[in-house]
Write a protein that binds this ligand. Structure first.
Ligand code: SAH
Ligand code: SF4
Ligand code: F3S
Length: 494
């Protein structure tokens, strides 16, 4: 692991200064600012990386573009996990080719997890040679240098580092105002046999507790009400620390310290079932600011498949964790990830997955069709599941999960739930939305605008949803669907 030293950050800072001067000259000459557009695929860790790229560009004097067509710099921040991620990336790149022809000084960059897979970089060099910059998830801090070199002599810059880096102090431009993302660790050591992440994100490395707590303090002071602590496996936070003299040695300690900061809510993702400790559950139970929600990826309910996946737990251990967690935290909601059609999965294995779902009754689930990732052990495994069988199982799985999600949501009917408001609903005018501590999406209307602070109301009676972001609302639930609740506002606290 390489800790990026201050001297390197200062070197990057000089590039930021030089680009900043060019941007300033361009602005005074033309009256316009250069603009960037970042499209992030994949998980919240990648989203948090996108926010750091935006932070660096902001320091260089770039502004965010309102859309792709307005941008002078386009960055595609890729993911290697999600289904057909590669098709989507290359499809989008194909469309960018035309844009580049219309706008020759447009700069196009591709970064993120896919760039750690050499076959994708080779394809970009071969078929999408108009891409100007390529870099990996570990090289984000070098964006100023790469961009400067590209702008200076118009040469393409492809750099995907091999080292696992840890960088502190990058500027950040946060995408949301109600929830801040905070990556507490990077990488993964688990090597589940289907998963590419350990190869794209490298080995686990934990940020120092002092650096994380400083970031949390700043977030709370700047008005963030909710923070989400992120890592591929947050339960193994701190296992890479050499010194264990400090007060914060593991994730439970960190979570407990975070709970003392002034937030309404703290969430975290993702927990590996093999590493859930009694200590963690007790910290959750003792601190109501930590949401009663556990995302606990199951992947499969069959012990045989779990073994082949190298998940390192059995279905019995998974169920025991769920039971113990429910004893300690009675209102706890479970969500999960499940893969259908892992090589060799039989109808019997799949029945075991449905069975465990019926026992746990997850509030929600992300369901995936197994897809092969070159370089992972599962890619070499025999007996692939026939695609038609895989799809048929997938349909049965989602039907069962939908029934469970609906039943779970219906328990809230007629009750008043507390939600953290995320703003106006994207779909309906004068409907607002937020989430419960159990991570249920709640849409609501406001029958009595007097419940809201004056600055959220305009004279014609309309409500500005953006003014409600980050507030706590009490909503009486009048309707429950599979993926959301609907209700009426009863009380609001900014
Ligand atoms: N670190 C997290 C998950 C990261 S990837 C964890 O361990 O839980 C998010 C999800 O993508 C995984 O939980 C898994 O369900 C799914 N996934 C990963 N690789 C996959 C593959 N090759 N095919 C199908 N689904 C996959
Ligand atoms: Fe992938 Fe497994 Fe690591 Fe999650 S724990 S990122 S599924 S290797
Ligand atoms: Fe995707 Fe990389 Fe996240 S592969 S899920 S963006 S860690």
């Amino acid at each position: 692991m390489t800790i990026i030293e201050q001297a390197e950050l200062e070197r990057q800072q000089r590039y930021i200064g030089q680009i900043g001067q060019c941007m300033e000259a361009y602005r005074s000459e033309t009256g316009f600012s250069r603009r960037y557009w970042i499209h992030t695929y994949g998980c919240q860790l990648n989203e948090n990386d996108g926010e750091k790229l935006a932070g660096l560009l902001g320091e260089m004097g770039y502004l965010e573009a309102a859309g792709l067509r307005e941008a002078d710099l386009i960055i595609l921040n890729t993911c290697s996990v999600r289904e057909h991620a590669d098709d989507r990336l290359f499809g989008n790149l194909g469309r960018l080719k035309n844009l580049r022809q219309e706008k020759p000084d447009l700069v196009i960059a591709v970064c993120g997890c896919m760039m750690k897979q050499p076959e994708h970089v080779a394809r970009i060099s071969r078929s999408f040679s108009f891409v100007d910059l390529v870099f990996g998830p570990q090289d984000i801090y070098r964006l100023p240098e790469l961009l400067y070199l590209r702008l200076l002599d118009e040469k393409k810059q492809y750099l995907v580092g091999d080292e696992d880096t840890l960088v502190e102090g990058l500027p950040i431009h946060r995408a949301r105002r109600f929830r801040a993302l905070c990556s507490i660790m990077y990488g993964c050591n688990n090597f589940c046999t289907y998963c590419i992440v350990p190869y794209t994100r490298g080995r686990e490395r934990s940020r120092q507790p002092g650096d994380i707590l400083r970031e949390l303090r700043e977030l709370a002071l700047s008005g963030y009400r909710e923070v989400m602590l992120l890592g591929q496996n947050v339960n193994s936070y701190g296992q890479d620390f050499e010194e264990t003299g400090g007060d914060i040695r593991d994730f439970s300690d960190l979570l407990e310290a975070a709970a003392r900061e002034n937030f309404y809510r703290i969430r975290f993702m993702t927990s590996h079932p093999k590493d859930i400790s009694e200590k963690l559950l007790k910290v959750m139970a003792a601190n109501p600011v930590i949401e009663p929600h556990l995302h606990l990826p199951l992947q499969s309910g069959s012990n045989r498949v779990l073994g082949q996946m190298n998940r390192q737990y059995t279905r019995e251990q998974y169920l025991a964790t769920v039971t113990r967690a429910r004893q300690l935290i009675p209102n706890l909601a479970f969500s999960t990830d499940i893969i259908v059609g892992f090589p060799g999965e039989t109808e019997e294995d799949f029945a075991d997955t449905l069975d465990i779902m019926r026992q746990v009754r997850f509030a929600s689930a992300f369901t995936f069709l197994y897809s092969k990732r070159t370089g992972t052990p599962a890619a070499e495994m025999p007996n692939p599941v026939d695609p038609a069988v895989m799809h048929e199982r997938f349909d049965r799985l989602t039907a069962l999960q939908d029934a469970h999600s609906l039943a779970y949501n219906r328990q809230s009917l007629g009750q008043t739930v507390e939600i953290l408001v995320e703003g106006a609903s994207a779909k309906q005018d004068q409907v607002f939305s937020g989430r419960t501590g159990q991570n249920q999406l709640v849409n609501f209307t406001v029958a009595d605008p007097a419940l809201l602070p004056a600055e959220a109301r305009s004279p014609d009676g309309r409500i500005d949803g953006s003014r409600l972001e980050g507030g706590l609302a009490r909503v009486r639930v009048t309707d429950a669907k599979t993926f959301s609740l609907f209700g009426v506002l009863e009380a609001y606290r900014p």
